[in-house]
Design a protein around this ligand. Structure first.
Ligand SMILES: [Zn+2]
Length: 207
């Protein structure tokens, strides 16, 4: 184990010497047992592959119909984007903005940033914006709420099922896959490793 610098426990502020546990090992705070670091297997490679997959799913998930609703011979296709646009046209612009940010903008930004960061680290390309991108990514993750949107779709479908004919579209498949990619990205992301690699790349570039 290599000790290079110090860190403060985020829970109890105890000053600790930084340790780098191996994969399948965990580093806990000795005072409050807060989980400080749990390395993930091939975090950079997996983040790169998953965010590439996410990038390809973004367009179909946002633009293809998630559900088709048929009421009295009128068929209406609902997409993620049309949901926000409809809310906006109905005068609920504040809700429309929140729905747009949480279901489209932040998930999209999160995947693009993950791809940029992991791509640079995977190919060992230094970039002076890497730390800004990673800090932004860690902040916006709390705002990307695809799973809440999925819950909304399920509730709406259950309520509408007795009144209208519902048909699920390809957009829903892409959306569920995108949600799975987002969850896998979160579970494979090793922020300690990412920060460490960015630091190494920047140090290397300055030499
Ligand atoms: Zn602690």
């Amino acid at each position: 184990m290599k000790i290079s610098n110090y860190l403060a426990c985020p829970e109890c502020d105890l000053l600790l010497q930084r340790v780098f546990p191996a994969v399948n090992e965990k580093a806990h705070c000795p005072r409050c047992h807060y989980l400080l670091h749990r390395p993930r297997i091939q975090s950079i490679t997996r983040t790169f592959a998953l965010s590439l997959a996410g990038l390809f799913l973004l367009l179909p998930a946002n633009l293809l119909p998630i559900v088709s609703i048929k009421i009295l011979e009128n068929t209406h296709d609902g997409t993620l984007l049309s949901g926000s646009v409809t809310l906006f046209n109905e005068g609920m612009w504040a809700v429309a903005v929140v729905v747009f940010l949480a279901s489209i903008f932040f998930p999209m930004l999160s995947i693009i940033l993950s791809l940029l960061i992991s791509g640079h680290l995977y190919f060992h390309r230094p970039n002076r914006y890497l730390s800004v991108w990673l800090r932004t990514l860690q902040h916006i993750d709390e705002w990307a709420m695809l799973e809440v949107y999925l819950l909304g779709i399920i509730v709406a479908c259950v309520k509408l099922a007795s009144m209208a004919e519902l048909k699920f579209g390809l957009g829903l498949t892409a959306f569920v896959l995108l949600l799975w990619v987002a969850l896998m990205l979160a579970s494979n992301f090793d922020s300690v490793l990412f920060w460490q690699r960015i630091e190494q790349l920047n140090v290397h570039e300055k030499k």
